[in-house]
Design a protein around this ligand. Structure first.
Ligand code: 13P
Length: 343
């Protein structure tokens, strides 16, 4: 298929529209099992379908969701009444997308580092996913910011894979979400996160350039610049916001329409507060700053649902609340008081 950059740019801009962000509902079968284990729900195909179906049917929640990232199983599933889940997303005014990487594998000759796999056969899979309704895709690479890691071997190998994935997507008129994630689970300080993230982003955009990826037709999904979750001292909200914007200004071309952050294990309110602080303090940025959260949008509805049909309305309310709070954070209009009112 011949690339249509206007079309790619139109979709990318719609994905980062003001007041909205992306729902990352693309947990692999292993990851969704972990989430369901926590709430005592068996991870069957039907339960996974029911859960995702009520999210996509949440009218109030979906008002703030520009796009939904799906997993291979979900993009093929139908709702209880036979409507494809993809259609529910479209009817809610949102854009369906698909996770296309095949997960992280151990990087050879490198201790505790990973390379993301999934390039073999990707061109053909993208053609199929486009036919199933996907208009954007996601590929995630991960990096550990402790004990002399990541190595350049890891940064370079993952950047090359991200770049080839992104080029294949654009050839198929699918907007690539490029997700290089510096993990937040360690005891590193914010300085380490900043240094590693800057290096990773520099290399990623260099490889995107070599692979002829058009910045106008992609979305970046990075981590925030933040202290590790196990760090003794955690940086304040304003510091996270300012340092994140600084690094992005150093690394991300102005032609990229938008940056949609991952939540990475932050609490739901923390993820909202950080995004809000960036948008409140930094006006006139070249790109839009929004969310592409998994856990920070779904922890509350999962808990409220706990696998019981009777709890669906409460779970939909919990989802709508988080989506609305994050929607406000995309314009810097969120206030902590708004959380208390809803509680
Ligand atoms: P979290 O927001 O839970 O980090 O998930 C986002 C995501 O899509 C990770 O690939």
């Amino acid at each position: 298929m011949a690339m249509n950059l206007d079309e790619l740019n139109r979709i990318a801009r719609a994905m980062v529209e003001k007041g909205k962000g992306i729902l990352a509902a693309d947990e692999s079968s292993g990851t969704i099992k972990k989430r369901f284990d926590k709430i005592g729900v068996e991870s069957t195909e039907e339960n996974r379908r029911d859960y995702r179906e009520f999210l996509f049917r949440s009218k109030e929640g979906m008002k703030h969701i520009s796009g939904v990232i799906l997993y291979d199983e979900t993009i093929r599933q139908k709702a209880r009444d036979g409507t494809p889940l993809v259609k529910l997303i479209e009817e809610a005014g949102s854009i369906p997308g698909i996770k296309v990487d095949k997960g992280t594998k151990a990087l050879p000759f490198s201790k505790d580092e990973t390379i993301t796999e999934g390039l073999d056969g990707l061109r053909e899979r993208l053609v199929e996913y486009r036919g199933l309704g996907a208009r954007f895709a996601k590929w995630r690479a991960t990096y550990t910011p402790t004990q002399g890691r990541p190595s350049y071997t890891c940064i370079n190998a993952n950047a090359q894979a991200l770049a080839r994935y992104a080029a294949l997507c654009q050839e198929e008129n699918i907007v690539p979400i490029v997700e290089p994630e510096v993990l937040m689970d360690y005891d590193n300080d914010i300085d380490a996160c900043e240094a590693v993230t800057e290096w990773v982003l520099k290399e990623t955009f260099q490889q995107l350039y070599y692979a002829n990826v058009a910045p106008e037709g992609m979305i970046l999904k990075p981590n925030m610049i933040i202290s590790g979750m196990k760090a003794e001292k955690r940086a304040r909200v304003e510091e996270v916001a300012d340092r994140t914007v600084k690094v992005l200004k150093h690394c991300v071309p102005a032609a990229v329409p938008g940056i949609a952050f991952l939540s990475g294990g932050q609490s739901e309110e923390e993820a909202t507060a950080h995004l809000n602080a960036m948008n409140a303090a930094h006006l006139n940025l070249p790109w839009r700053l929004t969310f592409s959260y998994g856990r920070a949008l779904q922890a509350a509805p999962q808990k409220a649902w706990s696998g019981k049909a009777d709890n669906v309305p409460a779970a939909q309310r919990a989802f709508a609340h988080r989506a609305q709070m994050n929607g406000l954070a995309t314009t810097g209009a969120w206030k902590p008081d708004l959380e208390k009112k809803a509680a």
